[in-house]
Design a protein. Sequence first.
Length: 400
Amino acid sequence: MKKYKFVVLGAGPSGLTLAHALLDAGYTLDDILVIEQQSLAGGLCRSEIVNGAPLDIGGGHFLDVKRKEVLDFLFRFMPREEWNLHDRVSKIRIRGMEVDHPLEANLWQFPSEVQADYLESIAQAGCVRGEAMPESFAAWIKWKLGDLIAQEYMLPYNRKIWSMDPDELGTYWLYKLPNVSFRETLLSCLEGRPMGALPAHGTFLYPKEFGYGEVWRRMGEALGDSLITNCTVENIDLVKRAVNGSWQADTIISTIPWTLWSGYCALPKDILTAITSLKNAPIDVDYYSETLDSKSHWTYEPDESIAHHRLLLRSNFSPGAKGYWTEANATRSLPTDGVRFHNEFAYPINTLGKPEKVERILAWARENGIIGLGRWGRWEHMNSDIAVAESLQMASELTN
């Protein structure tokens, strides 16, 4: 059995970043092993060529420009001149129109009588009236944005993407929603312009000649023999910290879903119970050859009679590309003879009580020389730039 300082499970953005950051800190390729189930590094950010142009098989992925340390790190593998800079254009299909996202900041784009409907509803929202903040997601949305935006957009959209009752979701993750007040919404309508904070990826980078998966592919390639692809984790010896009976680690870094771990080793009853409570959304990505007449980079679709919840118009961010792709919860997907990529583990679901369960799992893991990292190691939806930033921080903690 070969011994390593670190064995990393999963070659997505988190695992790849950690491996390279450890190398930067002075470890060698003989100290690190990364194991990947797929034939190519990149995880959910992998890309394939479809109809002569890149398609991101895990859905839409873009590089946010806000974190300089992340950009500096990634540009080592894919220089800045290989990326195009875009100002985000995202839309919502609602009331027969395409309105800029976020909806509450762009009500001014509706006819006056529709603006009045939304404003009247927002004025009655619980947060405007000084009511206590509720704990469930569905109640929070109504409390924050009013009944109308909740009923026409936020609740149906979230029922589609998660395929579960919104009342089963918590509110601890809603800091990601722009903080738009009633006053700002009213001024936005009066002045005919958006107000409030921009959502993530207000400005983003996307490769000029490749899909988003290219930077991660290069990072995997740079690891040489320290990356093993087409390798499925079959068993883990918790005492020896050995994987598949072949590789032993001082520390195991897990970026793969905790819900798979019951098949690798015997778990304490309370940890198994916590892991079993974790939920995830499987997503199907379907390609369509038609090039839509829209300037949007991606468009949200809350209509529950339509299977998908989002469209990615790749011709607007990938030069020379044609067509678009959709994302739909796999439980809602319709049969297709076209190109489809299935992602069983696409989005962690923010169910009630999840943070406490994940904290318990991570504490148990550390006691056994295992560290959870990334979207699945922390069971938290995070964009790739955040995954890179957290992995850089983790490497610093491990080396110190």
